[in-house]
Ligand binder design. Structure first.
Ligand code: LMR
Length: 356
């Protein structure tokens, strides 16, 4: 800083410099107002951009639902909001995308419920409890009921708003050896998402869980860094895991789905009318996601079969019971992490029967 407007050593203010400062200020204000007119005009027409990042392929339930939301949002807001969808970990991998959302580098994500632990919302890992949901109806009793809403509200203190649950489907297990009996898992390195429930589930089967970002799974399977993995068929097929896994066991032992989440400051800062239109777009995209999820996964199993590269195995009822018996311990092991009461509430809402 020069001498402008500074207190002089004798205590007086340098008046000449002060009036020069005033003059400069007026000039600057005038220039800013002149510039602001065209800028303001542009700002009112430039769309608000929502960057929606996700890690799966476009041709999956989540990939398609994200595009549906993009299209509905454009139509309901008359292009005042532009949703840019970035699939396939193009922008960020699993953990990074959560950090990016909190920092406001992206505005919307739909991570799997197994990935909320690093946000400090480990309750969502309850959805990973093995054999918790018998079918989509049981799952929807939770995701469309009060318990599902209570869980979403737990995200708010983290600066995140949970808008909706989107289905994917029931997980199947793959490896380069047939997985029929629990003993077949002994010593296998199995890739999991970051959930501690999934860690406990693999250990209960005698396997060694390896947490890994979704974008790294294909290569890890190909190079033998891991021996096998679990995922719904839509992810298995669209990531081409059938090229690097010899067997896929249809076990339906657990569920994988998503919560669509937004940065809270961004969402609450939107003009109210736009937010309402986006909420409408989201609720229709959610209906669409949940309508296509089962069919997408059924078709993916058929595509895996047709590829001739992976043999699709089905468990006998007796084998399935053995898997259940082995994995059931996880429900009690995880009481400390997730909360005994929450697990009991989930059991009630889902109509869970430990003996089935
Ligand atoms: C996974 O990491 O296996 C899944 O969460 C990927 C996804 O988003 O479906």
């Amino acid at each position: 800083m020069g001498l402008l407007g500074r207190k002089m050593p004798d205590g007086s203010i340098n008046q000449g410099e002060c009036s020069m400062k005033k003059w400069q200020k007026w000039l600057l204000t005038g220039m800013v107002s002149l510039l602001a007119w065209p800028l303001g005009a542009n700002a009112s027409t430039a769309p608000i951009v929502i960057k929606f990042s996700h890690v799966v392929a476009v041709d999956t339930p989540k990939g398609k639902a994200a595009e549906k939301f993009r299209d509905l949002a454009a139509s309901y807001t008359q292009n005042r909001v532009k949703v840019e969808v970035y699939p396939n970990s193009q922008l960020y991998k699993d953990k990074e995308e959560l950090e990016a959302l909190q920092m406001g580098a992206v505005q919307m994500l739909a991570p799997s419920l197994a990935k909320f632990g690093p946000l400090g919302a480990k309750e969502f890992e309850a959805f990973d409890l093995p054999f918790l949901f018998n079918d989509f109806d049981a799952l929807h009793k939770v995701t469309k009921g009060p318990l599902g809403q209570t869980l979403l509200r737990k995200l708010e203190p983290k600066g995140i708003i949970g808008l909706a649950y989107w289905d994917n489907g029931f997980k199947q297990m793959s490896a380069n050896k047939p997985l029929r009996e629990p003993t077949d898992f002994q010593g296998l390195k199995m890739r999991i998402q970051s959930s501690k429930v999934l860690d406990a589930q693999m250990r209960a089967m005698g396997a060694m869980p390896q947490t890994m970002a979704f974008s790294e799974v294909y290569q890890a399977l190909q190079t033998g860094v891991v021996d096998g993995t679990e995922n719904p068929p839509s992810n298995f097929y669209t990531q081409k895991m059938h090229e690097v896994q010899k067997y896929l066991t249809i076990s339906n032992h657990g569920y994988l789905g998503y919560a669509v989440i937004v940065n809270k400051d961004f969402w609450m800062g939107l003009p109210g009318d736009l937010r309402q239109q986006l909420e409408k777009a989201m609720s229709e995209a959610t209906v669409y996601a949940n309508q296509i999820a089962k069919q997408e996964n059924d078709q993916a199993v058929e595509a895996v079969r047709a590829s001739g590269k992976t043999e699709v195995l089905t468990l006998t009822p007796a084998q399935r019971r053995l898997w259940q018996q082995k994995m059931m311990v996880v429900h009690t092991q995880m009481e400390d992490r997730i909360g005994k009461e929450l697990i009991a509430e989930l059991h009630r809402a889902a109509g869970f029967d430990a003996g089935r």
